[in-house]
Design a binder for this molecule. Structure first.
Ligand code: FUL
Length: 697
């Protein structure tokens, strides 16, 4: 009895203390600075990472955008299993899935009452299927949130462009936001208006993207039906979340979660936000695990690798953004095994990097702590509690926070989070390590926001210090993290520029590279790479990345180069940018003028006579209109007056696999070479080249 009484009394005392403590903290709580997130935006921000899934008639036509007249009978994903999608997303560490319920072609993945162009008339499940329902059920089962993408542009509808279509669009929204449970996000794609089928009109219809959809009332409807939703819309139609101006998977390293509530939003505002914007509109980084959004068999070998996805992670989540990663669904209704493996390994790599926060509960001291209260101490940034924060006095906009490890500690990542419920404030910061008795700068940055991660070569320090050097208002830091991320041991890139210089690039900045130039196997005893070097003749470079702390090395890169292109010149083309064809960089390309028809010639002066026994061609590696040459003729000449045809034919499978093409022929003495494009993979007049090279004997 007595014991119970004591327990009760102490519980009561503790509760009283908490009330007193909180009210004290409350009393001294800093005022918000500028716009702040809504509860819905806050909940969304904490999700951090979720998926898109793209499935529609495009999946069966190999298109990016359907025209609106695609045959409904094509839709038959016989093995469709949204539980597979959900399982993959869950295992990858994602928190939700946004399903493309209707893309621009107008085909609906749910049996909408308002159109015949939907699953209800497709062969799949004899018209009884509903992908949205299956997705909603799978999300529920796997504890994921469901989001919906509904394209405002509809190339199938006869009434698109007329007021009636808005009623149709809202009816569809009502179906989707009423019948499938809670929806965390709605995505209104920015592509709107253009050519289309439009019920048989086959014409171009332009609409005013800002006024046609009467967004204000459409948003009202959305919020009425789903009070906890966040709305995504592109620049001009300000909603809750913003596009970042690119689909390549990054947002600016300076990234304000603010925009102005009205006015145009050019690329730089989308990408970096607006420091003094008057609305909270945080960044969502949307990108696909493959080059394209829908499934194309030709991209089976272009699935992003773990190092590429890690790069995306640092450039999205690490830059105060959320990451929306897309999976194209295959015609059978499943996610490809390669995509599954890649995203799973990516999730593992993120865990390996960020599961142990070396700063948690370590003693922390701040150069300024908000007066008169213990509620804002430095320790709040290391207590692993997102609701507490270290705060400075109102007039203090620059201060530092030091974390003491007591013993030398190895780390290479620093993470910081602001308490954004009261606004985003930090404008500039540095991170320092106390190494061998003195402070050394490890990294610096600009904005922090919800989450900022900086990477730097591994440091061994006894203390780490976050110096905030400039801010819009007093500082509120809710969390800091210090991590030792394992090195990414991926094979390095090896290129040789036109001058003959070799550059070896590791995926992980701090990696040590060892290489050989004579074809021998590289190892920790080989030459250490220190920077670009000139390699004469025909060097054979073999390179690895090596981690001395684990004694592990990456797979090897093996590149055999032919003669240097130092004296080569492109003949008869005035455009200086054409030099991209010879620069040794596979990511740069040049295209023939669009006005010229096939066949098109590319003539190169080799500078002197060479023994040419073949050539190599690398098509433009970009996604849109790469102008991949499929049919060719190859000529050599000693003087450009007489040309000898030495090879002609097709590059087999170049459409599906647009990689280096190699053609060999009997040795020819030649000073000039001519690659004639006679056909491309699209039967159009586009000819693109990333690189042209020769094989000599
Ligand atoms: C773009 C669309 O046009 C693409 O097809 C894709 O759906 C992507 C997510 O948004 O703007």
């Amino acid at each position: 009895m007595k014991v119970l009484k004591i327990v009760k009394t102490s519980l009561f005392t503790a509760a009283l203390f908490m009330i007193w403590f909180n009210s004290r903290a409350q009393k001294n709580a800093p005022a918000p600075s500028g716009p702040v997130p809504s509860e819905n935006q806050m909940r969304w921000q904490e999700m951090q990472y979720y998926a898109f899934v793209h499935l529609s008639l495009n999946t069966y036509t190999d298109q990016s955008w359907g025209y609106g007249n695609e045959d409904i009978n094509l839709f038959n994903p016989t093995a469709l299993d949204s539980r597979q999608w959900a399982r993959i997303c869950k295992n990858a560490g994602m928190k939700g899935i946004i399903l493309i319920a209707k893309h621009h072609c107008g085909f609906c993945l749910w049996p909408s009452k308002y159109t015949e162009y939907s699953v209800k008339n497709a062969p799949w499940k004899n018209g009884k299927g509903d992908v949205v329902r299956e997705m909603a059920d799978a999300c529920k089962e796997y504890g994921l949130k469901l989001g919906i993408y509904l394209s405002p542009w509809d190339r199938n509808r006869a009434d698109y462009g007329k007021p009636e279509y808005i009623t149709y669009f809202r009816n569809q929204l009502t179906e989707l936001l009423t019948n499938y449970g809670p929806i965390f996000e709605i995505w209104f794609d920015g592509a709107n208006g253009g050519s289309g089928y439009y019920g048989g009109a086959n014409e171009t219809r332009m609409i005013d993207r800002k006024t046609y959809y009467d967004w204000a009332n459409t948003y009202k409807l959305v919020r009425k039906l789903q009070p906890h939703i966040v709305i995504w819309n592109d620049g001009g139609n300000r909603a809750d979340l913003r596009w970042v101006g690119t689909e390549s998977g990054s947002v600016g390293d300076t990234n304000w979660s603010l925009l102005n509530s009205t006015g145009d939003v050019p690329y730089n505002m989308l990408h970096y936000g607006v420091e003094n914007g008057n609305a909270w509109v945080p960044a969502e980084v949307n990108t696909s695990i493959r080059p394209e959004w829908f499934y194309h068999p030709s991209e089976d070998k272009k699935v992003k690798t773990v190092p590429q996805l890690m790069d995306t992670y640092y450039n999205s989540i690490g830059h105060n953004g959320n990451l929306l990663l897309n999976f194209p669904i295959m015609p059978n209704g499943l996610i490809h095994l390669t995509d599954e493996k890649s995203v799973f390994d990516f999730g593992k790599a993120v865990k390996a990097a960020f599961s142990v926060n070396l700063a948690t509960n370590k003693p922390a001291k701040a150069s300024n702590v908000r007066a008169g209260s213990k509620g804002f101490s430095a320790g709040n940034a290391t207590d692993d509690d997102k609701n507490t924060y270290w705060a400075t006095d109102d007039n203090v906009k620059a201060a530092s926070l030091t974390i003491n490890f007591d013993k030398p500690t190895r780390f290479n990542r620093f993470l910081a989070q602001e308490y954004i419920r009261l606004g985003q404030r930090v404008k500039a910061f540095t991170v320092e390590g106390f190494i061998n008795g003195r402070w050394q700068e490890l990294a610096k940055g600009t904005t922090i926001g919800y989450k900022r991660i900086v990477s730097f070569p591994t440091a061994m320090a006894t203390k780490v210090r976050l110096n905030i050097t400039d801010a819009k208002a007093c500082l509120l830091i809710s969390n800091v993290g210090v991590y030792y991320a394992p090195q990414i041991l991926a094979a390095p890139g090896v290129t040789r520029n036109q001058a003959g210089e070799i550059t070896i690039t590791p995926v992980d900045k701090e990696s040590i590279i060892y290489f050989t130039t004579d074809g021998s196997t590289p190892g920790a005893g080989s030459k250490k790479y220190k920077g670009p070097f000139l390699a004469e003749g025909k060097p054979e470079i073999r390179a690895i990345v090596y981690d001395p702390s684990t004694h592990k090395s990456s797979p090897e890169t093996h590149e055999k180069f032919d003669i240097s292109k130092k004296d080569w010149k492109i003949v008869g083309i005035g455009d200086e940018k054409a030099s991209a064809i010879l620069d040794g960089d596979p990511s740069t390309a040049w295209h023939q003028s669009k006005d010229k028809k096939m066949p098109q010639d590319m003539v190169i002066d080799l500078g002197k006579d060479e023994n040419v026994a073949g050539f190599r061609y690398l098509p433009d590696q970009s996604i849109w209109n790469p102008g991949i040459i499929a049919g060719y003729e190859f000529y050599v000449s000693e003087n450009t007056a007489n040309w000898k045809l030495v090879s002609q034919g097709e590059f087999p499978n170049i459409k599906n696999n647009p990689l280096w093409q190699m053609v060999k022929f009997a040795r020819q003495k030649a000073r000039y070479i001519r690659l004639r494009a006679v056909k491309n993979t699209e039967n159009s007049n586009e000819e693109g080249y990333a690189e042209i090279d020769i094989i000599t004997e």
